[in-house]
Design a protein around this ligand. Structure first.
Ligand code: KG4
Ligand code: ZN
Length: 425
């Protein structure tokens, strides 16, 4: 059945598996954009009592859940046997080593047994491609959420904001990236989690801070905007006068597109201590709500301010935000307002694709297969298997029509876990 506008050629269907942290996830994705199924078994309840992800507990839980999750994803997509598919994709890093191994080993086993190609995917590239996914042929509950708006217009500016990473990336084409900046210490999501813990708001911290901030006054306390300077946003943005952005500009010099959130967390701690010294209970609900609102506003000002600056500097065609923190309502509203005013397309994934999932891994695998490895994904799994002998004689890079992209995303040590590609056996 053709699910896309690729004429009569059958869809290229990938089973994707994601176990990099605390979500056991599997999905079937067609042609990199269409979600045929998307199962996520969250471990949030298990880790809540520890106030964060407990790595050994996470990997053991993956072992318990993975088979059910993968079988569920196949059944939801009406796939009777893995051999009906065209490839298997798996997150191979970055992430928790013990968690990654569960998904990687299952994917290797399935690829070995079925003869399908195995596509290792970097988790961050998965987050990036969550912006290319359409929930359109998924179940109703999923279809109602908009998404998949990212286009073929490059360069694109990507802001990745997750629990482990905060990065500004210039995407020059599919699977071609330049790292503009990253956090020097805590990631944005990590800062949300740590501040929520300070305020006793619960786990995971991002949604807890957002909920508390709804009843808070963001103007009662002032918190710093790290690696920024005060100034009016005028130079390159014609609509600057009307911009809802606060007067937050990135610092000049090498840290212009870098981030730092650990000092902001310390500023929250100092503020709480100061309140306590004055005899004010910092965790009293209204005080906690005001602190949460001030913290959220400070993070969003920095993220949107730097993204706006980078977008103007590099003359990008579109801006994409992704990762768990991209679910944050204030971040989405603030970015939407700003980029709408300067007329630049902005994309945020639908909420269910912001946090970890396997559909995004299937999407990234498709584009990696199509562009970085220069394989034609129009071939079915069967055709690819027939082609395996010829392919095995040359490395993927020999078949690349353009120079290999600088793959900074693979620098993490766990991203280089050896994977056996079925085509190379
Ligand atoms: O991408 P993700 O699911 O996992 C990683 O790759 O790290 O991101 C998880 C992070 C957590 O730190 C969580 O607190 C944060 O995303 N998060 C949010 C929101 N929802 C999740 N942060 C702010 N506001 C939210 N609504
Ligand atoms: Zn993630």
């Amino acid at each position: 059945m053709s699910l896309t506008n690729r004429g009569s050629s059958p869809a290229y269907r990938i089973l994707a598996i994601e176990t990099s942290c605390d979500e056991t996830a599997a999905a079937v994705v067609a042609d990199g954009r269409h979600i045929l199924s998307n199962r996520v078994a969250s471990q949030i309840g298990l880790h809540r009592r520890f106030g964060g992800v407990y790595p050994e507990v996470a990997s053991r839980q993956h072992v318990l859940a993975i088979q059910t999750v993968v079988e569920g994803a196949l059944a939801d997509a009406s796939v009777a046997h893995v051999r009906e598919l065209d490839a298997i994709a798996v997150t191979h890093g970055p992430g928790l080593a013990g968690s990654l191994l569960v998904g990687v080993n299952l994917a290797k086993g399935l690829a070995f047994a079925s003869g399908l190609p195995l596509i290792p995917v970097n988790h961050l590239e998965g987050h990036i491609y969550s912006n290319w996914l359409h929930p359109d042929i998924s179940p109703d509950s999923v279809r109602r959420q908009r998404g998949g708006g990212a286009s073929e217009q490059f360069p694109a500016l990507i802001l990745i904001v997750s629990g482990g990473h905060t990065e500004l990336v210039l995407m020059e084409g599919h699977c071609r990236y330049r790292l503009l900046g990253a956090t020097l210490d805590d990631a944005a999501g990590e800062a949300f989690d740590k501040v929520a813990r300070l305020l006793d708001l619960g786990y995971p911290g991002g949604p807890a801070i957002q909920a508390a901030a709804e009843g808070g006054d963001a103007g009662r306390f002032h918190l710093p905007r790290p690696l920024t300077r005060p100034g009016r946003r005028t130079e390159r943005q014609p609509a600057a006068e009307a911009s809802p952005l606060p007067n937050v500009l990135p610092v000049r010099g090498e840290h212009r597109f870098n981030f730092s959130f650990s000092g902001l967390k310390t500023a929250v701690l100092n503020l709480m201590r100061e309140l306590e010294r004055e005899g004010t209970e910092a965790r009293q609900p209204q005080n906690a709500a005001d602190i949460a609102a001030a913290f959220q506003m400070a993070v969003v000002d920095v993220l949107v301010g730097k993204t706006a600056d980078a977008a103007a500097e590099f003359g990008v065609e579109q801006v994409c935000i992704c990762g768990g923190v991209s679910a944050n309502g204030l971040l989405r509203r603030s970015a939407e307002q700003h980029f709408a005013q300067i007329g630049l397309p902005l994309h945020c994934p639908p909420l269910f694709l912001c946090t970890d999932n396997a559909a995004m891994i299937g999407a990234a695998a498709y584009y990696r297969q199509s562009y970085a490895l220069a394989r034609q994904p129009s071939a079915t799994g069967r055709e690819q298997r027939q082609d395996a002998e010829a392919s095995a004689r040359s490395s993927p890079h020999d078949r690349t029509s353009e120079p290999p992209a600088r793959d900074f995303l693979a620098l993490d040590v766990y991203a280089s876990l050896p994977l056996v590609d079925a085509k190379q056996r």
